[in-house]
Ligand binder design. Structure first.
Ligand code: DMJ
Length: 659
């Protein structure tokens, strides 16, 4: 794995590896001004030498580790004359991290159909391969070491230039957007609920939105988020120096709550201040779901051209993220230089499933609104790469290396790192007006594998979704995973024959478990993760999993369950969440997350997350609204609860004509 992670630093055609890997440390602050200057050039060379030596060393270790098990078995076979025929079949099974060709190679080396091969020859074969790897690594290191600092600098500049040229080409395409017919939104504003008690609850949630918005406006206007205790702005590195995350995330909530003045002031801010021409390294996923999603949603609700223009402009800025050998995008992108890289902590330089798998809906709409297929092509290629890969037990690992196009570690999760990939498969099917049969198949195949390998019941009957680590289960469920209850229920109607009730039931069971995770705390708000081992059920046992950051996933599931079943318990549970938010998260300066939901006294994290306005309050408001507000037959919610209309086809007309 480390080889895959390091060698691309020196060979990525997109330059993302080299520039991205070093850009932060070397290029940041104007690498141009350092060009040719003695000390800067020396530092550059020194860093390269260190990286090269390190990479050669890792390559050697990798070679040794990779072949050791086979070698040692063969060695013991030679020394102790044991017959391979006496070894158990399990000894020959490739580990979960082994690739298909490794297994095949292993079989070949052992001889066909398990017949004993020549152990001495196989050992020699292995040693030769280790030698060969070693020599190749040394050769590569030597070649690079022989380069002068100026040559290395020139390589960097060439890579940068290539990315810049690609960007220019992309920009040229969008100098003028084609006119589109704005389709008036269906159910963008609903009726007042007939029941006075429900009306009152809905009004209360609107008042919460006002409190969150007014404080953001007062203390952090134009910045990304609010610190409600310190009463100042909060910026997260996820958006680099792009500003206004709360404004863009809140736009559609303001619209559907009919907060017209606030919507207008948000729109003016976007017109005058939302600027993507900044030198910023951003998270492609976060910027896509919050900014692109928020702008698209605001456009589809209001028809204001500025939102379409800004969404497409930002979409263009994100395109260089796809300049990787496989077309699987980088996680991080400098939207000025177009240089990308992956999170340093991600397995073997991998991109993350939940990140590159959560671009599909927005990118299809970008193509729709720009008249240019490039966005759709990029995300359809992601799907092609995924479809060409073997899936371990039908599951999708969380890590995929964009250079090799192969899986990284075999970790599978329906929570963090995996979650919204599954959500987007289902929603791609729904958003296509149920024409994208490939998405439907991928979704139901994945869900079936998840049910078999990850979903379990506790001893008292709580259904939960565990995490899978190379075949071993960790009996823990994240707050993030709680969205899955709503997803299972939303997909139930289109489930394979006879399974509709089953998936509705599964959705209800997950909703119940997540409710319990809230109800078993002092604050009646759920922890970040809860466990089903060591004698506990739906309770966080580790201090670093006891926090609540105003997340929406549990009320999101209540919203879908309410819409699809009208079981009153979902409104009851949602109201309990409202009360808990008011009792424990509301402060003078807005709403704050909590460090420990099991404590009697609040310890605030001092952040009002932008998704509290985009998602948590929107889902709560919808639970206490009639179903004619944003009907599910016409809209899908992106993973940040932004609204995207179903791209209707003339499929139905075709069906009618065919009859
Ligand atoms: C949101 O930004 C999105 O819902 C995302 O998919 C995951 N988590 C946060 C909120 O918890």
């Amino acid at each position: 794995m480390p080889v895959g992670g390091l060698l691309p630093l020196f060979s990525s055609p997109a330059g993302g590896g080299l520039g991205g890997g070093l850009g932060g440390g070397l290029g940041g602050g104007g690498s141009g001004s350092r060009k040719g200057s003695g000390p800067a050039a020396f530092r550059l060379t020194e860093k390269f030498v260190l990286l090269l030596v390190f990479s050669a060393f890792i390559t050697l270790c990798f070679g040794a580790i990779f072949f050791l098990p086979d070698s040692s078995k063969l060695l013991s076979g030679v020394l102790f004359h044991s017959s391979p025929a006496l070894q158990s079949a399990a000894d020959h099974k490739p580990g979960p991290g082994a690739r298909a060709e490794d297994a095949a190679d292993g079989r070949a080396r052992r001889g066909e159909e398990g017949a004993p091969g020549d152990p001495a020859a196989a050992l020699e074969d292995n040693l030769a391969r280790i030698r060969e790897n070693h020599e190749r690594a040394l050769r590569e290191a030597k070649e690079t070491l022989q380069k002068l600092p100026e040559e290395i600098q020139r390589d960097i500049l060439l890579e940068k230039e290539k990315v810049a040229q690609d960007q220019l080409r992309d920009k040229a395409v969008f100098r003028r957007l084609p006119p589109v017919d704005f389709v008036p939104p269906i159910g963008a504003v609903g009726r007042e609920p007939a029941d006075a008690a429900i009306r009152e609850k809905r009004a209360k949630i609107k008042e919460m939105m006002k409190h969150a918005w007014n404080n953001y406006k007062r203390y952090a206007w134009g910045l990304n988020e609010l610190k409600p205790i310190s009463k100042e702005g909060h910026s997260s590195s996820l958006f680099g120096s792009i500003k206004g995350a709360t404004i863009v995330d809140a736009l559609d909530t303001l619209f559907i709550m009919e907060m017209k003045d606030e919507f207008e002031e948000a729109k003016s801010w976007v017109e005058e201040n939302l600027d993507f021409n900044v030198n910023a390294e951003v998270s492609v996923f976060e910027v896509n779901i919050r900014f692109v999603g928020g702008l698209l949603s605001a456009y589809y609700l209001s028809g204001e051209e500025i939102f379409r223009k800004k969404a497409v402009e930002l979409g263009v800025k994100l395109l260089p993220a796809f300049h990787t050998p496989s077309g699987i995008p980088w996680a991080l992108l400098n939207i000025k230089s177009g240089i990308g890289r992956n999170w340093p902590w991600a397995s073997g330089g991998s991109s993350i499933l939940a990140e590159f798998g959560t671009l599909h809906l927005e990118f299809l709409h970008l193509s729709h609104l720009s008249g240019n297929p490039i966005f759709a092509e990029k995300v359809m290629n992601i799907r092609t790469v995924l479809n060409n890969l073997e899936k371990p037990q039908g599951l999708y690992p969380n890590y995929l290396n964009p250079s090799s196009g192969q899986w990284g570690q075999y970790h599978v999760s329906v929570g963090g790192l995996g979650d919204s990939f599954y959500e987007y498969l289902l929603k791609a099917w729904l958003m296509s007006d149920k024409t994208d049969l490939e998405a439907k198949k991928m979704y139901f195949d994945a869900v079936q594998a998840i049910e078999t390998h990850l979903i379990r019941k506790s001893s008292t009957g709580l259904t939960y979704i565990a995490e899978w680590k190379g075949g071993l289960l960790e009996h823990k469920m994240g707050h993030l995973t709680c969205f899955a209850g709503g997803m299972f229920a939303l997909g139930a109607d289109d489930a394979p024959a006879g399974l509709t009730q089953h998936y509705l039931q599964l959705g209800a069971e997950i909703a119940r478990t997540c409710y319990e995770s809230y109800n078993r705390t002092y604050m009646k708000l759920g922890p970040e993760a809860f466990r089903f081992d060591g004698g506990v059920e739906a309770i966080a046992t580790r201090q670093n999993e006891k926090y609540y950051i105003l997340r929406p996933e549990v009320v999101e599931t209540y919203m879908y369950m309410w819409r699809l079943t009208h079981d009153p318990k979902y409104r009851k549970w949602a109201w309990e969440a409202v009360e808990a938010l008011e009792n424990h998260c509301r402060v003078n300066g807005g709403y704050s997350g909590l460090r420990d939901v099991y404590q009697r006294h609040e310890s605030y994290d001092d952040v009002q997350q932008s998704f509290f306005l985009a998602e948590t309050l929107k889902y709560l408001y919808l639970i206490f609204s009639d179903d004619d507000l944003l009907p599910l037959e016409h809209w899908v919610f992106n993973t940040e609860a932004h609204l995207l209309p179903i791209l209707s086809t003339n499929k139905k007309e075709v069906e009618v004509n065919e009859k």
